[in-house]
Design a protein around this ligand. Structure first.
Ligand code: ADP
Ligand code: MG
Length: 252
């Protein structure tokens, strides 16, 4: 059993073992085991309904697992002693829907959780917000409201908002699926930059070229289990399982 683990730069790992999740009679996760090492980028692919979102939501406790354990930086986030707010502060999450506050500017959207959750003062929250908006290429849009931004720009504000909390791990759930095709590249470019900077990332995506080029490992899920995992050249390039081949033939 690998132990928990932060690497030399203090980056956290995720360890998932024996994870089950049911909604009523619907068993959505049926014994999922895998890990993401500190600084690693893992892409999860698989058909709609295979449990990918539920898996991510179990990692940051938006869903309570029915059985199994999730460890983040060695801490059992599924244990009885867990401080859910503390866990969520360590894990940033970006969804398909950006969920920005329409009445706040980009700057306001990136400041608000820092102020309310981390209790940062206004000046510090603003400084961190500006840094992170610059990091996602939006230094010139800090005063814009969501309605004045493209979908890709709004998603980059959502990424800046997550980064401003100083997460050790970032989860992405199909972050480009709601975007017009010409806007996808900018968001993937920001994610690629985070990966290159060493962020630990777990990314659900249908963007196979991103998975191929950026992921250290690809995990293929179907029917609530991990069917196969490995380097992208193996899982996407030379899949071992028929279910993986069938899925790839539909999306590639
Ligand atoms: P994916 O992200 O791979 O498309 P999901 O994890 O969203 O799959 O969903 C897997 C299954 O779990 C689906 O059958 C879905 O209807 C069900 N499900 C997900 N969330 C809930 C929920 N909150 N309540 C009931 N069923 C849910
Ligand atoms: Mg999903």
């Amino acid at each position: 059993m690998t132990s928990l683990v932060k690497d030399a730069d203090g980056r956290a790992a995720i360890e998932i073992s024996g994870l089950y999740k049911s909604f009523g009679a619907n068993e959505v996760l049926r014994g999922v085991d895998f890990h993401v090492a500190a600084g690693e980028v893992v892409c999860v692919i698989g058909p709609s309904g295979s449990g990918k979102s539920t898996l991510l939501r179990c990692v940051n406790l938006l869903e309570e697992p029915s059985a199994g354990t999730v460890r983040v930086a060695g801490a059992d986030v599924t244990g009885p002693e867990v401080d859910i707010d503390a866990v969520r502060r360590r894990i940033g999450m970006v969804f398909q829907a950006f969920n920005l506050f329409p009445h706040l500017t980009a700057l306001g959207n990136v400041m608000i959780a820092q102020r309310k959750v981390l209790r940062r003062g206004r000046a510090e929250a603003e400084r961190v917000a500006r840094e992170n908006l610059e990091r996602v290429g939006l230094a010139d849009k800090v005063e814009a409201y969501p309605a004045q931004l493209s979908g890709g720009q709004q998603q980059r504000v959502a990424i800046a908002r997550a980064l401003a909390m100083g997460p050790e791990v970032m989860l992405f759930d199909e972050p480009t699926s709601a975007l017009d095709p010409e806007l996808v590249g900018d968001v993937l470019g920001v994610m690629r930059g985070l990966a290159e900077a060493g962020m630990t990332m777990l990314v659900v995506t249908h963007e196979m070229s991103f998975a191929r080029e950026v992921a250290d490992r690809v995990v293929f899920m179907d029917g609530g289990v991990v069917v196969e995992e490995g380097p992208p050249a193996q899982v996407i390039g030379e899949p071992a399982h028929e279910r993986t081949r069938a899925f790839l033939s539909r999306v590639l």
